[in-house]
Design a protein around this ligand. Sequence first.
Ligand SMILES: CC(C)(COP(=O)(O)OP(=O)(O)OC[C@H]1O[C@@H](n2cnc3c(N)ncnc32)[C@H](O)[C@@H]1OP(=O)(O)O)[C@@H](O)C(=O)NCCC(=O)NCCS
Length: 144
Amino acid sequence: MQLLLSADPSQAAIEAYIGKCELHQFRADNQLTGVLALLPTRPETMEIVNIAVAQDYQQQGLGTHMVRFAQQRAAQLGMKRLEVGTGSTSFAALALYQKCGLRMSWIDRDYFVDRYPEPLTENGIPLRDMVRLSCPIPCATLNE
Ligand SMILES: CC(C)(COP(=O)(O)OP(=O)(O)OC[C@H]1O[C@@H](n2cnc3c(N)ncnc32)[C@H](O)[C@@H]1OP(=O)(O)O)[C@@H](O)C(=O)NCCC(=O)NCCS
């Protein structure tokens, strides 16, 4: 739960979706290093609803590996699209997704204002809007 909360500050929201998800755990040195929650939303569409890497293991390529894993898993299940939503202030996540070939599709304005009881701030900026990104499955990376 602690790791899931680092990606989504609402425990109530996590509890509402986590039971419907495929939850993948990543481990190294006998430790939980990452969690990835995948949810089939619409027909042929898979969404990353939560992705988090433990602090000590960040910026070592695990997030990239997990998004790649999500793309492969979506393909395996016959999905045609992978989607994700992230805060407009979540710069690490925005870079990660775009490096993995996802592109911005739309902005859900005031998503965080309407759904979270307390005002949120990230990277010194009030967090209000959700950026939605997606890629076709199979998906090429930035370098392909
Ligand atoms: C977002 C997150 C999953 C990235 O995982 P990670 O293992 O650090 O990612 P990677 O090491 O594969 O990095 C991939 C790219 O993301 C970007 N990135 C990762 N961490 C970054 C940071 N702190 N600042 C800026 N860019 C960053 C870089 O562009 C990086 O590419 P590079 O290695 O070529 O520079 C991780 O930071 C995390 O768990 N954060 C807390 C939870 C969260 O915000 N989840 C996303 C919610 S939508």
